[in-house]
Design a binder for this molecule. Structure first.
Ligand code: GLV
Ligand code: MN
Ligand code: MN
Length: 423
């Protein structure tokens, strides 16, 4: 990339911060933090705002069958597009940057390419992938899964407050009937890049400003339903109890111990429902959601297996029935070496200390990596905080991340050969 293009590619800090502020403030009423979950009214309003923002940036927009909102900038050659973007849904009580930085930063990239007079060979698509966060339908990365062909049509019948997933996809303009087959085939996309906050402490603690991401953890997540028996808490002898919560306690501490003993895995039970949830009644039913993450597929598999064996033994010992409802099973995604090296080089031009890091958070890029060479860029999260209202990144680091994305797009556009391989 010429020094002249490098100098000319300058994101507009004021415009970027204004956009982040505007979208972050479209939130669900009566929820903590900055909440905009799929398929809430706030999510739909955010989408409408975003479509206008894309159009005002001179991009032509469309919504694909999975409900992904896509905005295109033309390229000069007849080539598959480079895809850049992220998501605009949040967790309950989430922050202001997870996801939206990658989408609004991508729009800003398209605008600053225009302003710098840069024509890319490849078309550029800015994407807001539908519903990345694990939602109450029990599925994460809905839109990017569908693009990569990992969406199961039977999920469409899952229902939340009377609304099927098919209805929810239709409500954002998608065509759920078309989701039986992958929306894109290998080769239909030249490369994917996603800018994101790190959501962890490494950059902040080490005083680094940018990271090129070389891999994303795989995730095994499932709901365990424990069916014991509700009985009187005073009169039922300990050996006659079928206590679903005492069983859950063993499962939770086993998960913690397994992942403390295995430095390459982390595990969490983040959700628990207890019934009847009364102080003087033995818990009859517990539903808990457990997940394990690792960059190593074998470690992921055998740690999950060990958890399941321990859960089965704990349930049998207490006369509690145990059922597993599988949720996510996403394999680890490792980025192609040439692309990580290229993105790292670009980052080092903007911050000499830029590092290479794996991601412990899940991302749409895990799915996209199955479709095309895919890499991510991280900017620091202050104090490593994320998935909470305190999530923050300085304005300077937000802008630096967008500049790195813009430079990476130009570098990838130049590096890809006609077959879509790095040169
Ligand atoms: C998504 O943010 C995840 O890592 O769960
Ligand atoms: Mn995210
Ligand atoms: Mn998230």
């Amino acid at each position: 990339m010429s020094a002249e293009i490098m100098r000319a590619l300058q994101p507009d800090q004021q415009r970027l911060l204004q956009a982040i502020n505007d979208l972050a403030n479209i939130v669900e009423p009566d929820t903590p933090g900055w909440t905009r979950r799929f398929p809430s009214g706030a999510y739909l309003r955010g989408r409408e705002w975003l479509r206008t923002r894309m159009q005002n940036a001179g991009l032509s927009t469309r919504i694909d069958a999975a409900g992904n909102l896509l905005a295109e900038r033309a390229g000069s050659a007849d080539l598959p597009p480079i895809l850049i973007g992220s998501h605009t849904d949040t967790v309950l009580g989430g922050g202001r940057y997870d996801g939206i930085l990658g989408v609004l930063g991508a729009i800003e990239v398209a605008q600053c390419l225009d302003e710098a007079g840069v024509t890319l060979r490849h078309p550029l698509i800015v994407a807001d992938f539908l519903a990345e966060e694990a939602n109450d339908y029990g599925i994460s990365c809905v839109g990017s899964r569908a693009l990569a062909g990992n969406f199961k049509p039977e999920w469409l019948d899952r229902t939340l407050n009377g609304l099927t997933l098919a209805d929810a996809i239709r409500a954002v303009g998608g065509t759920p009937e078309a989701l039986g087959t992958p929306l894109a085939s290998k080769g239909a996309v030249a490369a994917c890049l996603e800018l994101h906050i790190e959501q962890g402490p490494v950059l902040d603690q080490r005083g680094k400003l940018l990271a090129a991401v070389n891999g994303i953890v795989g995730i095994q997540r499932g709901t365990l339903v424990l069916q014991g028996q509700p009985d009187h808490a005073g009169t039922t002898p300990m050996e006659l109890r079928r206590d679903a919560l005492a069983t859950a306690a063993v499962i939770i501490s086993t998960l913690e111990a397994l992942c403390r003993d295995e430095p390459q895995a982390v595990g969490t039970v983040g959700r628990l429902e207890v019934s009847p949830n009364q102080s003087n009644v033995i818990p009859g039913t517990v539903t808990l959601t457990a997940e394990i993450r690792s960059l190593d597929a074998e470690i992921l598999e055998h740690t999950w297996q060990a958890l399941w064996e321990a859960a089965t033994a704990a349930a049998q010992q207490r006369g509690v029935a145990l059922e597993l409802l599988a949720l996510t099973s996403t394999p680890p995604a490792l980025a192609e070496r040439w692309l990580v090296d290229l993105v790292h080089q670009v980052c080092r031009r903007l911050d000499d200390g830029a590092i290479v890091l794996p991601s412990g958070a899940g991302h749409d890029s895990s799915q996209l990596a199955q479709l095309a060479p895919t890499a991510m860029i991280f900017v620091p999260s202050i104090g490593g905080r994320s998935h909470c209202p305190e999530e923050a990144t300085t304005p300077e680091h937000l802008v630096l991340g967008v500049a790195a994305l813009a430079h990476a797009v130009v570098a990838v556009d130049q590096a890809l050969d006609a077959e879509g391989h790095g040169q």
